[in-house]
Design a protein around this ligand. Structure first.
Ligand SMILES: NC(=O)C1=CN([C@@H]2O[C@H](COP(=O)(O)OP(=O)(O)OC[C@H]3O[C@@H](n4cnc5c(N)ncnc54)[C@H](OP(=O)(O)O)[C@@H]3O)[C@@H](O)[C@H]2O)C=CC1
Ligand SMILES: O=C(O)CCC(=O)C(=O)O
Length: 526
């Protein structure tokens, strides 16, 4: 059911101030109109979250894991109405949204496994050495504890997997943190359906209602108040650089500053190494265009920059990519605002006197349509104007012709932090790659060979992060199970008697988790 409610724990509220979302494919206003959460709602949600935090933090792994699985089941149980509503609110096609739902419930279930297995606790015991000379060592035991209530900002471009019960929420709940979601105003109906599913799961699991709240709204003031609330202890965000920076400033200016894990902007360089380019440059072109135009290019992993050594082979790649792009179909973008910002970015590139437009995609009927765009320029022009390296969110990319591999290295070294770098390589490129890998690793969170950056695997080894401005904290990831560590902090217990120790680091080890004892890892029994 969707009736535009605010969810403060189990309580459903309606506000007098309302807003509406728009079907970006038609421009029509969607019903129902939605409550705009206000300051009192923020305060109540945060108070409830803080009240729930100790009991939720104390849940044993099995209880918490079963809760995450209940959320997954409840989201799956919404069935087609969830997909239908998300299609209306985002313009994304059914297959993409069904896939995204699978990813969303899959990541909740994966986090359930992680919680049960217990490595995230990093339980570490240095037993006392009472006879050590010249001084005895105390008994030291460390584990990770949840940081407390987390504010999550739903992203516009993944209305399920990065939104109300997406990766940030799943990892925060897995860590033992209550979550207060600021819903994205472009998909409030989708958000409410998922929020109600989470609320049902909280009740079914017998957890305190404040473990989850949902605040729909369309004003900066709502997000600002949420991040400023002293009961919030960390923030997860995916969106624009301006939005992420604004929240970081608020968080840093609080009486008690808190971390903001913001994933913001990335152009994801693709490097075409000479042997690969010579062997299969023309074949790479359509695959590149497919990655570029997937989801109207609305991926933070979209390949927005291509680097190669100026050569007839690179020219052939550009020509083939231009041909593939010129045949590509337009696609509805997520919102009028995102479409307008895409058009502005493309117009700026098209009007730049050092940039040549290679191709545009097919123009179609309808509103808010992304028409793909491909440009080319030289490294010297790119290096002279930093604006050419700014993200154009949507299916736009620019090819940079470099003099040689050294100049490719110079361009990479000039880039801001990125989520990904893609290398197209053959065996004969190995030496050249070896030279560039350290420069790449300094700049990005994930380096991938002979593939395309869009489509992030949710797994244990995944890093979906990178130095600023890809994210606000390059030491972390927002996708994959390591995302849980953003919402944990280590606490050491010194000489605390057995009966008073947290279970994970007690001698009894009732959860049977593997621990590091006196520097040695115990075998896992899970
Ligand atoms: N790199 C990436 O992964 C992505 C980049 N983008 C970029 O962001 C642009 C806009 O898209 P959108 O998804 O709406 O992203 P925004 O960053 O504009 O919004 C994301 C969320 O943050 C809130 N917010 C934004 N600015 C502020 C602020 N100053 N203070 C408090 N809260 C704020 C918004 O709420 P409210 O609007 O209610 O204030 C919304 O809930 C795109 O055109 C694209 O350039 C978008 C998605 C992903
Ligand atoms: O490519 C993906 O699957 C994830 C992309 C992403 O994180 C984003 O666009 O915000």
């Amino acid at each position: 059911m969707i009736d535009g409610a605010i969810l403060i724990g189990a309580e459903l509220r309606q506000a007098e101030t309302r807003f509406t979302s728009v079907d970006p494919a038609t421009g029509e206003t969607l019903k129902p109109n939605v409550s705009s959460a206000g300051p009192a709602d923020v305060a109540d949600a945060c108070a409830l979250a803080a009240a729930a935090a100790p009991a939720y933090a104390a849940t044993d792994p099995e209880t918490r894991a079963a809760f995450l699985e209940r959320i997954a089941d409840a989201i799956a149980a919404i069935g087609d109405p969830l997909i239908a509503r998300a299609m209306q609110e985002t313009g994304l096609p059914r297959a993409r949204l069904e896939g995204e739902r699978g990813r969303t419930v899959g990541q909740l279930r994966l986090f359930a496994q992680v919680v049960r297995q217990g490595d995230w606790l990093d339980a570490t015991i240095d037993p006392a050495l009472p006879d050590r000379q010249p001084l005895p060592r105390p008994d030291l035991r460390r584990l990770n504890l949840p940081v407390g209530p987390v504010a999550v900002f739903g992203a516009s471009n993944f209305p399920l997997a990065f939104s109300v019960a997406g990766g940030d929420t799943a990892s925060a709940l897995a860590a033992g943190c209550p979550v207060v979601v600021k819903g994205h105003p472009a998909h409030p109906g989708t958000g409410e359906l998922v929020a109600r599913a989470v609320r049902d799961a909280v009740a079914a699991a017998g957890l305190p209602a404040g473990v989850f709240s949902y605040l729909p709204g369309e004003t900066n003031a709502l997000g600002e108040a949420l991040v400023a609330d002293p009961r919030i202890k960390a923030v997860g965000f995916t969106g624009s650089r301006g939005g992420g920076l604004a929240l970081m400033r608020i968080a840093a200016g609080r009486e008690e500053p808190i971390p903001v894990y913001a994933e913001m902007s990335s152009i994801n360089p693709v490097i075409l190494f000479p042997a690969a380019l010579a062997a299969r440059g023309e074949a790479l072109a359509p695959a590149f265009v497919q990655s570029l135009t997937m989801g109207a290019g609305q991926f933070c992993t979209n390949p927005g920059l291509v680097l190669g050594v100026a050569s007839p082979e690179l020219d052939r790649f550009v020509e083939a990519a231009g041909k593939a792009l010129s045949e590509s179909q337009p696609a509805t973008m997520l919102s009028p605002g995102i479409h307008a910002s895409f058009e502005k970015g493309v117009d700026a590139l098209a009007g730049h006197n050092a940039v040549t437009q290679v191709a545009r995609g097919q123009v179609g009927e309808g509103v808010n349509q992304a028409v793909g765009a491909l440009f080319v320029t030289d490294a010297s022009a790119f290096l002279a104007d930093r604006a050419l390296g700014h993200e154009v969110f949507g299916s736009s990319s620019i090819v940079i012709r470099c003099r040689d591999l050294a100049e490719i290295g110079t361009v990479i070294a000039s880039l801001e932090g990125q989520l990904t770098a893609t290398i197209q390589i053959d065996d004969a490129d190995a030496d050249a790659v070896r030279g560039l890998l350290p420069i790449l690793a300094e700049r990005v969170g994930r380096i991938l060979a002979n593939g395309w950056p869009t489509g992030v695997e949710v797994s244990h080894a995944m890093v979906h992060g990178g130095p600023f401005p890809a994210t606000s904290d390059g030491r972390t990831t927002s996708v994959g199970t390591a995302a849980i560590y953003r919402f944990l902090r280590p606490v050491c217990f010194q000489n605390i008697p057995e009966g008073l120790l947290p279970e994970a680091i007690s001698d009894a080890n009732p959860w049977s988790i593997a621990r590091r004892v006196d520097g040695k890892r115990e075998a896992s029994t899970r």
